[in-house]
Structures are given as structure tokens and as C-alpha cells.
Design a protein. Structure first.
Length: 548
RNA sequence: GGCCUAUUAGUCAAGGGGUUUAAGACGCCACUCUCUCAAGGUGGAAUCACGGGUUCGAAUCCCGUAUGGGCUACCA
């Protein structure tokens, strides 16, 4: 009995060879310098801000020169798979307009691209052909170590302060004669397939990562599992090798946590004599927790999940800008010079990327978002709030649809000017800043007139309605009338006078306008009163002032 | 423990031997403008982890130390 018998026993149905697959996945026909990138999440049902960083960079790179950005579903760990996860990822990518060129969406029965399947569990035979090849060549072997045995190996290694893993003398089945392996398999013993590592731990090799530059690692000498006993699917490392080779990925963008697997990937590619893709290991997004930092966590940090940004109603533009700022810190300066360019026009440089982790700064995002919203037209703001509300606040959406022009007037307050007003950060807060403009919400309101005397409040409001409110006034006329009223009622119309001789007055113009403001909106902080009154219109103004 | 890797203000960071009394952005503080708020304007506080070298000269190069982070699964 020989290795061929073993290989056929393990993979009786695998008849294609790796040469067959090489032919099925020919080199891509792309222009010089075009990059092929991939977004390869595992379908765990959420999308992390770190995933987003990778996706944005992938997209940016691929779009640079008519390359390809494809989506690959890494579902080799089926115990972690969550229903609907791929649809969710598709929706997030679509929301941010990062649609892949090649993909496979099972739920809507859509597949695009010639390098599929793009779902790993559908590529089982492909991986197995590659593994079979390795077994035939004596470069992989079945390992019959049980979970308990491995646990005790790890424990003893930890105790003796040795490196952990199945290597050297711990690789008990590495040199098991083929006959015995066959016998064990026929006996029904469980096994995993391990790589028969050729590496020497004491030997170092140099590796160039586009983000981190040159690094030195010891060779891998661990007989890593490449196929799981549980479902016959490959481990991440092996799938990475096969897929990125066959799909002709040119650039692998992934988190820093993968750097430590480079020795493994290096050996794997060398074993098949495949060309390695270029790697860009991107910084981990960290979070400050007390006085230490840690990897941002979907469980502890709401902002780790992309759903957070959608629920808050951050414009997608702002989120991408913030992410690009993390990707390359010179992005902001570039943006200043190219205010209208698409982010893919930016010359992203992996070298300029920070190689350690980065804290994600919500303040920064807020600032970007605020600036962005302030430069939209009123129509764009309306569209954005409406879209958000349709999803998260149907009641408000209905009101918006009922009063489109009125709503846009509200969004236009202090907007069409060189330095526009900046008071919205994200769409979800617009309602809380404008609800009082709608009669539907302005019902049964309670006023808080601070410590103003109600007699004075009523006097001011009544006097104002009776004598000083003229809807058709210009802003200057309007303001002059208020000043006039202040003088008559004993309030200072000039703040300097008031500051100098506050005892001579009952209060100041600030008190008067605030009282009107509160009566109209319940808030003492609002945008420009004159604008509000113009938009509310005479009927509402009079009604609200009288209702107090 | 082992392997990788990093360390410039609260955050993201520029700077790779002299042009740096260390950019810029966000945040913070103060003042100012002002009918409140949001903006705007002006100004301010705040950073080269530590110790040794190399050098006329070090944030920058070298060596240690400390600290942070990642990995060390039949998870990706």
C-alpha cells in the first residue's frame, strides 16, 4: 500500500487535479497595475468597523485602475454561521456604495464573476483536490490526535515553557506508516489532515508587508491542521492559499492580527510554489477602556458595529471620510484640495498607514459629519432625513412627507451662506432639534420659563402680539420693533447698557427674546428666532403666543 | 512563557541627523461677535516612554530597559 491508496481512501470522489483547476482559473485579463482585492468576512451576522476599514481600502485599491473587488464568503466554520449574515453584509456594502464586482448571493440566486464559487463551503472539492495532491506528495498526513491528547500536549508545553503546537516530537502521526494510517481510517478513527511542515524554527526569513515594511520571522515548523475532521472543510490558512491563488488576488488587506500567521502562509505558498499576493496588514481599531486600550469589541462598544452608524443616521460619506482618515492621515489634507473628488481618486499609500492600532475617534467623525451636512442643500438634507426616518421612525417620515416644503425651509435656516450653520451631526437628531416646528408634535407641551415671572411673561407676549408683531417685517425691522418694545417695557435693548447698569432695567432684550422663543418652541436654545417665526407663519405664531 | 510588533499632546498624526522655540486636524480652555443656540473670529494649554551610546549636533541612527498591542484553536 502506498500514498495513493491513502489519498484515494480519504478522497475517493476527488478526481480533478490541481492542474485541472489551474486551467479553470486562468490568469485574469487586466490592465497593467490593476489590483484584485477581496472582502472576505465570515458570516457571523454583523459587520465590524475594522471590516469596514478593510473593505474601504480594498475598494479604493481595486477602483484605482479598473481592477476587481470581489466578495468571498468565508463560511468554513459552520457552527458560527448566522442566518441572513450575507444579506446583511450585502446591504451594508450597498449602503456605502462599495458594491463588489464579483460575488455570490444565494438568497437572491445571483452570481457574478468567473472565479467562483465565492462561497467557501461550495468549494470543498477544490480544497480537497489540493489536499489530496499534498497527501500524494507526502506533504500532508492524517493525524489521529484526540482533543484530550492535544490538550495535554498544550498543558505540558505551557508548563515547560516550550512553544505551543504540534511540531517535532509532538507530531506523533507525522511519520506513521501509510498502512497503519489506512488501517486506522478503516477502523473509523477520527482524523484531521495536517501539513507536514518543512520549516526550521531557528531559520529566519524576511517578509515584506506593504504597510509594515520588511519584517523577519522564524520559519513555521508546526504541522498545522489544513482540513478539519468535523466537516472536511479547510482551515482559514488553507482556504486563503487556494482561494487567493485561484482567484488571482493581488492584494490581501486584512487586520494586523493576521501578521502572526505569516510564517504559516509563507510555508503554504512555498509548498505549492505559488506566488504570494501582496499583503497589507491594517491597524486594529482599538478602544480606550479605563486606562488601558484593547481591541474594540462588538459586545462592549456599540460603535464597533456598523449598524450603530446606520441607526444614528450618519451620512455614509462621513463614515467613509473618517475611515479614510484612519487609513491614511494625509487624506484630510488631500480632501481640502479636492473637495468634490470621490474617495477612490485619493492615492492611498499602504506605507503611510499606521502600523499599530488606532483609537477610533467619534468626535472626529462627528466633526466630519457636521461639516458635511452643513454643506448639503436643503433638498439633500430632506432626502437624507426622510430615508433615515422611513427606516427608523415611520411617524416622523409621514410628517416629513406631509410637509416637504415646510421641512426644507426649516433645514434651510442659515444654510445658504458662506459659513453655514452646523447643528446636525446625524439624521437621527434632526427630529429632536426640529419637532416643535410641527403642530402634530407641538401639542400639550409644557413650558419652562426658567425663573421668569409669569406676569411679565404674559405682558411681554401680549404686548408683542398686539403691537409689535408684523409678519411681513424684514429681519432688521423685526429686530428694531423688539428693541422698541424693550424700551417701552423697561428692558434694556442694548446689551452694553444693560451690563453697565443692570439695576436700571427689569431685564434685557435677551430675556424678551428668550420668552418669545420659549413660548414658540419650549426651548431657550434654537436657531435664529426671526427665521423660525417666518417659517412658522403668522397663524402659528399668534396661536402659540396666546396659548401660553 | 514563546513569536511578532509598536511607543511624538486627550485622539489621529507630520517630521527619517542641523531650516523645529516639534506641523496640521479633532477635542479642550479663554476671549470675542451675538436675540439664545450652533457657527464664525482671535488666542491658549498640552507631546518626542526611560537609560545608555554614535555624532560638533539625535524626536530622527544603534543598544538596552519599561510599557502597550496582536497571535500562540479542527475561529476567522
Amino acid at each position: 500500500m502506498n500514498r495513493e491508496d491513502l489519498a484515494n481512501l480519504i478522497f475517493p470522489d476527488i478526481t480533478k487535479t490541481i492542474e485541472d483547476y489551474e486551467k479553470e482559473y486562468p490568469k485574469r485579463n487586466l490592465e497593467e497595475g490593476a489590483m484584485v482585492t477581496r472582502f472576505a468576512p465570515s458570516p457571523t451576522g454583523f459587520m465590524h468597523i475594522g471590516h469596514m476599514l478593510a473593505a474601504v481600502i480594498d475598494y479604493c485599491l481595486a477602483k484605482k485602475k479598473n481592477g476587481v473587488f470581489y466578495l468571498r464568503n468565508e463560511d468554513t466554520d459552520q457552527s458560527r454561521e448566522v442566518e441572513g449574515a450575507v444579506e446583511y453584509i450585502r446591504s451594508v456594502l450597498a449602503h456605502y456604495d462599495l458594491n463588489p464586482d464579483e460575488y455570490e448571493y444565494r438568497d437572491i440566486n445571483e452570481i457574478k464573476g468567473n472565479y467562483g464559487p465565492y462561497i467557501q463551503s461550495e468549494r470543498k472539492e477544490i480544497y480537497q483536490a489540493f489536499i489530496k495532491h499534498l497527501i500524494l506528495e507526502g506533504k500532508a498526513y492524517p493525524c489521529f490526535l484526540t482533543q484530550e491528547e492535544m490538550d495535554s500536549i498544550r498543558e505540558s508545553q505551557a508548563k515547560d515553557k516550550r512553544r505551543i503546537g504540534i511540531y517535532g516530537r509532538y507530531a506523533k502521526y507525522r511519520n506513521l506508516p501509510v498502512e497503519e494510517a489506512i488501517k486506522k481510517i478503516k477502523n473509523g478513527e477520527k482524523y484531521t489532515i495536517r501539513l507536514k511542515s518543512n520549516g526550521e524554527f531557528s531559520r529566519k526569513f524576511k517578509f515584506n508587508d506593504l504597510a509594515n515594511g520588511e519584517m523577519e520571522f522564524p520559519e513555521n515548523d508546526i504541522d498545522i491542521p489544513i482540513m478539519k475532521s468535523s466537516n472536511g472543510l479547510p482551515t482559514y490558512h488553507f482556504a486563503h492559499l487556494v482561494d487567493d491563488h485561484l482567484m488571482h488576488t493581488t492584494h490581501v488587506v486584512r487586520g494586523q492580527e493576521w501578521i502572526s500567521s505569516i510564517p504559516v502562509h509563507y510555508e503554504l505558498f512555498k509548498t505549492f510554489n505559488f506566488k504570494m499576493p501582496k499583503y497589507i496588514h491594517i491597524p486594529l481599531i482599538l478602544k480606550k477602556d479605563g486606562d488601558h486600550v484593547r481591541k474594540i469589541s462588538k459586545r462592549l462598544d456599540p460603535e464597533a458595529k456598523m449598524s450603530f452608524y446606520e441607526e444614528k443616521g450618519y451620512p455614509t460619506y462621513a463614515v467613509i471620510e473618517a475611515i479614510m482618515t484612519i487609513a491614511n492621515s494625509n487624506y484630510e489634507a488631500w480632501r481640502e484640495g479636492h473637495p468634490d473628488a470621490h474617495f477612490t481618486e485619493f492615492e492611498f499609500s499602504p506605507k503611510k498607514m499606521s502600523s499599530s492600532g488606532a483609537l477610533f475617534d467619534l468626535d472626529k467623525l462627528n466633526n466630519i459629519s457636521k461639516n458635511y451636512l452643513s454643506h448639503l442643500t436643503k433638498e439633500e438634507v430632506y432626502k437624507g432625513v426622510l430615508a433615515w426616518s422611513e427606516k427608523y421612525d415611520q411617524e416622523f417620515a409621514n410628517i416629513l412627507k406631509k410637509y416637504p416644503d415646510y421641512s426644507m425651509q426649516i433645514y434651510n435656516i442659515e444654510r445658504e451662506q458662506k459659513k453655514p450653520r452646523k447643528d446636525y451631526i446625524y439624521y437621527s437628531e434632526i427630529k429632536s432639534k426640529t419637532w416643535y416646528m410641527y403642530d402634530e408634535y407641538f401639542k400639550d407641551v409644557t413650558y419652562n420659563f426658567l425663573d421668569y415671572n409669569m406676569q411679565d411673561v404674559k405682558l411681554i407676549l401680549n404686548t408683542y402680539i398686539d403691537q409689535y408683531y408684523h409678519e411681513e417685517d424684514s429681519q432688521d425691522e423685526w429686530f428694531n420693533r423688539i428693541k422698541e418694545m424693550c424700551d417701552i417695557l423697561g428692558y434694556a435693548s442694548n446689551m452694553k447698557d444693560y451690563k453697565e447698569n443692570s439695576n436700571n432695567y427689569k431685564g434685557s432684550i435677551v430675556d424678551v427674546t428668550n420668552i418669545i422663543r420659549i413660548a414658540l418652541t419650549t426651548f431657550s436654545n434654537t436657531p435664529n428666532l426671526y427665521d423660525l417665526m417666518q417659517i412658522l407663519g403668522k397663524e402659528r405664531v399668534v396661536e402659540r403666543l396666546q396659548n401660553v
